[in-house]
Each structure stands twice: as structure tokens, then as C-alpha cells.
Design a protein around this ligand. Structure first.
Ligand code: FES
Ligand code: FES
Length: 160
């Protein structure tokens, strides 16, 4: 099969890219479009480190074929801050020390952003369900969950 041209929106910007039929969204984002916050590790769907938002939902970008993303809306962690101001979930991760080496942090922040935007009354169990499949090798998950809960609380209080 031949390469095809796809158009996808990344962090609000339209991008046209030529992709091969077997190429992953991870490869396109990191190696062709240089969104290096999207981390690569297992390439097998096991670690979740490559998570991005696709049409609003967290997906493991190594498991999505680039050709499936024609017309899709993709958000990476670079797209969360506005005019240099961190988003609510980013501020909450800083406040609660939700990271150590930072390798997994973009994936957890994007999953957390999904929760904050879509699950205002998420319980601990529901938060864990969304985070399930994203692996952190450094920290306990407690600070990450605490950060997401803080962002949910801030959102209810109208903080931006
Ligand atoms: S690199 Fe995609 S799940 Fe590990
Ligand atoms: S903070 Fe190091 S892998 Fe999660």
C-alpha cells in the first residue's frame, strides 16, 4: 500500500502529513511533527506513556494508526497551557508534587485533564480506572491522584 496524506489538528493547529499505512500516531507526533512531550517506551500498548487525547479521549498513541487520525483532533501536553499560563491540572500536579523524573507526567496530566473536563464528581475508583494502563516507575500514584482531586476541587470553586 502507498503512503497517503492525512490532515489532523494538533493543539488547535492543522497539520498535513504523509504517512505510511503501518505508521503509528506516536511516530507522526514525535518524529515528524516534533511534539516531544509525547514519550515513547514500549511501543506495545503496555506502559501508556505515549497517551494523548484524540477527539477528547485518552488513547495510547503507539496503538493508533496514523491513517486513522485523518480529520482527528489531537491534544498533547504542549496544548494545555494558554499564553504561557499552566492549565488547572498542571498547576495541581505542581502543588501536589505529582511527578519525580517526569517521564510519565505528560500522559498522566492528559488523563487528568480528561477527568477534570468530563468527570466532575469522579470518585477515587473512577480516577484509578482512567489512569489504569499508564505506568509510573518512580512515584507512588497517591500524589498523582491527589493532584487530579485538587484540580477537580479547584474547578468546582471556579479557579482557572
Ligand atoms: S509506548 Fe505506547 S503504551 Fe508504551
Ligand atoms: S515520575 Fe518517573 S516514571 Fe513517573
Amino acid at each position: 500500500m502507498k503512503d497517503v496524506e492525512i490532515t489532523l489538528t494538533v493543539n488547535g493547529e492543522k497539520k498535513k502529513v504523509r504517512v505510511s499505512p503501518k505508521e503509528s500516531l506516536l511516530h507522526v507526533l514525535r518524529d515528524k511533527l516534533h511534539y516531544i512531550s509525547v514519550k515513547a517506551n514500549c511501543y506495545r500498548g503496555e506502559c501508556g506513556i505515549c497517551t494523548v487525547l484524540m477527539n477528547g479521549f485518552p488513547v495510547k498513541s503507539c496503538q493508533v494508526l496514523a491513517v486513522e487520525t485523518d480529520d482527528a483532533d489531537i491534544v498533547t501536553v504542549e496544548g494545555l497551557s494558554k499564553n504561557g499560563e499552566p492549565s488547572l491540572i498542571q498547576k495541581a500536579f505542581i502543588e501536589k508534587f505529582g511527578f519525580q523524573c517526569g517521564f510519565c507526567t505528560p500522559a498522566f496530566i492528559l488523563a487528568g485533564h480528561y477527568i477534570v473536563e468530563n468527570m466532575p464528581d469522579a470518585t477515587d475508583e473512577e480516577i484509578k480506572e482512567v489512569l489504569n494502563g499508564i505506568v509510573c516507575r518512580c512515584t507512588g500514584y497517591k500524589q498523582i491522584i491527589d493532584a487530579i482531586k485538587l484540580a477537580l476541587q479547584w474547578k468546582k470553586e471556579g479557579k482557572s
